[in-house]
Design a protein around this ligand. Structure first.
Ligand code: NAD
Ligand code: TYD
Length: 379
């Protein structure tokens, strides 16, 4: 039985990882530590918390006493650190919060692990670590900066972050590696591209576009929509993290990417076309639409679900042009590859949102509208 501390598992990727791990293994015990910020929703994982294999603790990764108490109580084998402020646009609004959570929070967990896992010193003065423990940092390809039209990020690409978000994630990665280099702490890092899938908070591109279509709203595309992202289905990412935590080499970084490069404009058009197609194939999905105008056949009309919904809005400050990952290392070392083609993943994702509108209502019932109005103007 291995015991995991999984931070940030009430958020998008962490929740998917928690569900993936509980479904895959009988012999794991998972303690979730999550502060339940606007991005965290206890309802997402409520059915997973059984106080036997899965426990929930509400708290901040920056809290030293809490981290020490949890290490004492649960004797963790692994830490998988998802907890973070994760939205670039919010980091432009409030950089300091990103520094607090993403850098100081990570460093606090590293120190708590050091206090709990070091069993002595070797003859050179280096700490000796409890056997089999591992600190895994969930990072991002955004630490590498931005690409031009050609090339891919490899693990050797120099770190060159541009946004306050990516600067904070880069700094956290450097602390993780500093603990490895200085104290020989057993660590690994994964750097992945943009994820999409169920439980994605609708402030990020794909879930925001789906939500806006269903509400009959305009679809905001930053700048001219030519920025490129490399989309990865979230379950493929969860699988990669599991492989790296269990089989990855200590002190190594693994890039995780979907080979699914697309411009933002293409992603938005594809999402529009897929919603339209699904609603043509299964007219019952139209019930989810807020706009229920009827066509000549007496059905809810979907004629208006087309590219005219797109509106080009002010570009993001310092907007990175292109991200694209070369995942050769993790494929050759661990046999991982992105199994889910985008055409398949986007259908799964849209169908999930069509059938989980209660979840969308739940997570957007707080300050979501206030944030939306500040970002995109009223309406
Ligand atoms: P998310 O914003 O959906 O969830 C973050 C979670 O962390 C939330 O549950 C939130 O409550 C929790 N949290 C925030 N501050 C906390 C604190 N101080 N203490 C404890 N919990 C706190 O994020 P996500 O999209 O699931 O991303 C998870 C991780 O993956 C992040 O580290 C992010 O940088 C990284 N990542 C995400 C993507 C992506 O496409 N979403 C891509 C690459 C890397
Ligand atoms: P996002 O989902 O915020 O992820 P990231 O900034 O971490 O890549 O944005 C993905 C891309 O979509 C990015 O280039 C910004 C763009 N974008 C829009 O064009 N409109 C939007 O409303 C949002 C949220 C993002």
């Amino acid at each position: 039985m291995k015991t995991y501390l999984v931070t940030g598992a009430a958020g998008f990727i962490g929740a998917n990882y928690l569900k993936y791990m509980l479904a895959k293994y009988d012999d794991v015990r998972i303690v979730v530590l999550d502060a339940l910020t606007y991005a965290g929703n206890l309802g997402t994982i409520a059915s997973d918390i059984d106080e036997e294999r899965c426990f929930f603790v509400k708290g901040d990764i920056c809290d030293r006493d809490l981290a020490d108490r949890l290490f004492g109580e649960y004797k963790f084998d692994y830490i998988v650190n998802f907890a973070a402020e994760s939205h670039v646009d919010r980091s432009i609004e409030n950089p300091q919060l990103f520094l607090m959570t993403n850098i100081l929070g990570t460093q606090n967990l590293l120190d708590a692990a050091r206090r709990a896992w070091v069993t002595g010193r070797d003859e050179h003065g280096y700490p000796v670590w409890r056997k089999g423990v591992r600190f895994h940092q969930v990072s991002t390809d955004e630490v590498y900066g931005s690409l031009g039209a050609e090339g891919f990020f490899t693990e050797e690409t120099p770190l060159c972050p541009h946004s306050p978000y990516s600067a904070s994630k880069t700094s956290a990665d450097m602390f993780v590696m500093a603990y490895h280099d200085t104290y020989k702490m057993p660590v690994t890092i994964t750097r992945c591209s943009n994820n999409y899938g169920p439980y994605h908070f609708p402030e990020k591109l794909i879930p925001l576009i789906i939500k806006n279509i269903l509400e009959g709203k305009k679809l905001p595309v930053y700048g001219d929509g030519s920025n490129v992202r490399d989309w990865l289905y979230v379950e493929d990412h969860c699988k990669a993290i599991d492989m790296v935590v269990r089989k990855g080499v200590e002190g190594e970084v693994y890039n995780v990417g979907g080979h699914n490069e697309e411009t933002n404009l293409e992603i938005v058009k594809l999402t529009i076309a897929t919603v339209h197609r699904l609603m043509t194939e299964k007219p019952e999905y139209r019930e989810v639409l807020k706009k229920k105008e009827k066509n000549a056949n007496g059905e809810i009309s979907i004629d208006w679900i087309n590219n005219d919904l797109i509106t080009f809005v002010k570009d993001r400050l310092g907007h990175d042009q292109r991200y694209a990952i070369d995942p050769t290392k993790i494929t050759e070392a661990l046999g991982w590859y992105p199994e889910t083609k985008f055409e398949v993943g986007i259908v799964k994702t849209i169908e999930w949102y069509l059938t989980h509108q209660d979840w969308v209502q739940e997570v957007t019932s707080g300050d979501y509208q206030g944030y939306y109005d500040r970002m995109y103007g009223k309406g």
